[in-house]
Design a binder for this molecule. Structure first.
Ligand SMILES: Cc1cc2nc3c(=O)[nH]c(=O)nc-3n(C[C@H](O)[C@H](O)[C@H](O)COP(=O)(O)OP(=O)(O)OC[C@H]3O[C@@H](n4cnc5c(N)ncnc54)[C@H](O)[C@@H]3O)c2cc1C
Length: 514
């Protein structure tokens, strides 16, 4: 039986269970009878005109005399994704998303879905002029049910907005570490919260989704209703529909203690040793989290604790022993998730960015080998003064974090995490807007191949590739394991029978690429 509280929530936010959109798919402007144009550009133009006719001002196009087209264009975090789309449509309801999908179906136009555009892979939440974007930022409703502790969040919300709002109610939710990133892309890609060891992944916090399917129907899913869709969405991304509302479990206000300090990069052997030692300690202290972010000119170590103890937590002792500290950039602070996100977040200048991630078991010698590879490749890049920064981050995940999704009574997620102590190491290359893509991408490709080989040779490479940190060429879905790939394929075929999200979606970690 579905919990009556969740039923109540579903009822309050949409039409109950079957929740077939109450609005006619083609209202207010019929697109029946349209003949499908031949080229992608013509199809995008046809979709743009129909969207404009249906929704007027909420469709941003290049001929708008205000600055809105420029703002829409330049929203993505990486300037590699500042691509001019044929149109940016900003729906205010699931019914409007449904109408947009109908127009896309009728015109057979390519499209992308965008929450905040923080994914740096071009084409994931951006398109060129041969496609349109469904930009969800106006879907930013929030409501809270004190009976269940479940928050209903529109897909346009950011973590910063959600943390602040929930903390006003004395509640917390396990979301991203940065204020600006979107709830939507984070959760649908699994999502690694600041305190992943406490309650598992971001997607493990979901109790239900409201989804607009490719045929225009709006449906809900949970552990009891459409459990296959519910589980597949927990990591399976944009393969099945457009999620318009996330129902997330909240908890009593989480107090946090954190500090971020900079260390000398030439002390990397000791820093890596300390990172490995702290990770081992974390296996028995789920309240602890840290990151070790290695740059050419400094190493930033963030020590995060899900409580405000008087005494320094034992788990961070290895970091306290380091003698290479240059400066504390965030002195020890007692706060909350929202103050933590404000403290560690920063708004870097606009630039090009490309990322990839590798998951490995925890091993000092492997980390040292990776560091050496990173150093060698960094030496081939333009200097920091040119705006080039190739950095990597050690992100520790404990065995219990991997277990959390399976054990929380919601049927698990689609990520296929192995229950071992692991590091989701993320490599990020940031470079100037006029930087040479071919040169920078070639360096990243070499780095990827060599790091992967180093882990493989030692038998320490894990199949899992965290979707939120992955390069578009990484085999993300296969990394979830055979059973989950089967589930994702089945669910995509069942809920998107016409294959709209496979055929016309611009990019993503999609079944079509398996
Ligand atoms: C500064 C920074 C900090 C970050 N910190 C973390 C972190 O702590 N933990 C972590 O796991 N990740 C982190 N990330 C990665 C981030 O979670 C991913 O880039 C994520 O994809 C961003 O989601 P978004 O909604 O903001 O982005 P978008 O680029 O808008 O969307 C990402 C993908 O999700 C799809 N999508 C978005 N909304 C929907 C929807 N409603 N329905 C269907 N598909 C949808 C898009 O089509 C796209 O493929 C960080 C990224 C940055 C830039």
């Amino acid at each position: 039986m579905m919990s009556s509280a969740l039923l109540k929530l579903f009822r309050s936010t949409g039409s109950y269970l079957l929740a077939i959109s109450r609005h006619s798919i083609f209202r207010p402007h019929s697109v029946r009878g349209i003949s499908i144009p031949k080229t992608d550009h013509e199809r995008a133009a046809a979709a743009r005109d129909l969207l404009k006719a249906a929704f007027g001002e909420r469709v941003i196009t290049a001929d708008d005399p205000t600055s809105r087209p420029m703002v829409a264009l330049t929203t993505p975090w990486s300037t590699t994704c500042h691509l001019p789309s044929a149109a940016y449509f900003q729906p205010v309801s699931a019914a409007e998303v449904s109408t947009a999908l109908s127009i896309i179906t009728k015109t057979q136009c390519k499209f992308a879905v965008r929450a905040t555009g923080h994914n740096p892979n071009p084409g994931f939440s951006s398109t060129r002029e041969d496609g349109v974007i469904i930009d969800l930022q106006l879907l930013n409703d929030k409501s809270f049910d004190p009976e269940t502790g479940i928050a209903s969040l529109g897909a346009g919300n950011t973590w910063g907005e959600v943390y602040t709002w929930l903390e006003g109610k004395g509640r917390s939710v396990m979301g991203g570490r940065y204020e600006e990133i979107g709830v939507a892309g984070f959760v649908l890609g699994g999502g690694m919260p600041g305190f992943v060891n406490l309650r598992g992944m971001g997607c493990d916090q979901v109790r239900g989704f409201e989804v607009v399917l490719g045929d225009g129907h709006t449906v809900h899913c949970s552990a009891e209703v459409r459990p296959d869709l519910y589980r597949a969405l927990k990591g399976g991304g944009s393969n099945f529909g457009v999620v318009t509302t996330f129902y997330l479990q909240t908890y009593p206000l989480l107090k946090t203690q954190y500090t971020v300090s900079l260390y000398k990069p030439d002390d990397y052997t000791n820093i890596i040793e300390a990172s490995v030692a702290a990770h081992k300690e974390m296996e028995t202290d789920a309240q602890a989290a840290y990151f070790t972010n290695v740059h050419r000119d400094f190493v930033a170590i963030g020590q995060l604790y899900a409580d405000t103890p008087e005494e320094e937590p034992k788990v961070f002792e290895p970091f306290r022993k380091l003698e290479s500290m240059m400066a504390p950039v965030v002195p020890k602070t007692n706060g909350t998730l929202s103050t933590l996100a404000q403290a560690i977040g920063h708004r870097p200048p606009k630039g090009k960015r490309t990322i990839f991630t590798i998951s490995t078991k925890v091993d000092k010698d492997l980390y040292l080998a990776i560091h050496q590879i990173w150093q060698d490749i960094t030496a081939t890049l333009p200097p920091s003064s040119d705006g080039t920064d190739l950095h990597y981050t050690i992100q520790p995940v404990t065995a219990s974090a991997a277990r959390a999704g399976r054990d929380n009574g919601t049927g698990g997620n689609a990520l296929g995490l192995q229950e071992v102590s692991q590091n989701w190491c993320v490599f990020t290359l940031e470079y100037a807007r006029d930087g040479d893509d071919a040169v920078h991408q070639a360096a990243m490709d070499r780095l990827y191949e060599q790091v992967k080989k180093a882990a493989e040779e030692r038998g320490l490479l894990l199949d899992f590739v965290c979707p939120t940190f992955a390069d578009k060429r990484q085999d993300v879905l296969r990394g979830f394991g055979e059973e989950n790939v089967g589930l994702i394929k089945e669910v995509a075929a069942k809920y998107d029978g016409e294959g709209l999200f496979q055929k016309l979606q611009y990019g993503g970690f999609l079944v079509r690429d398996l």
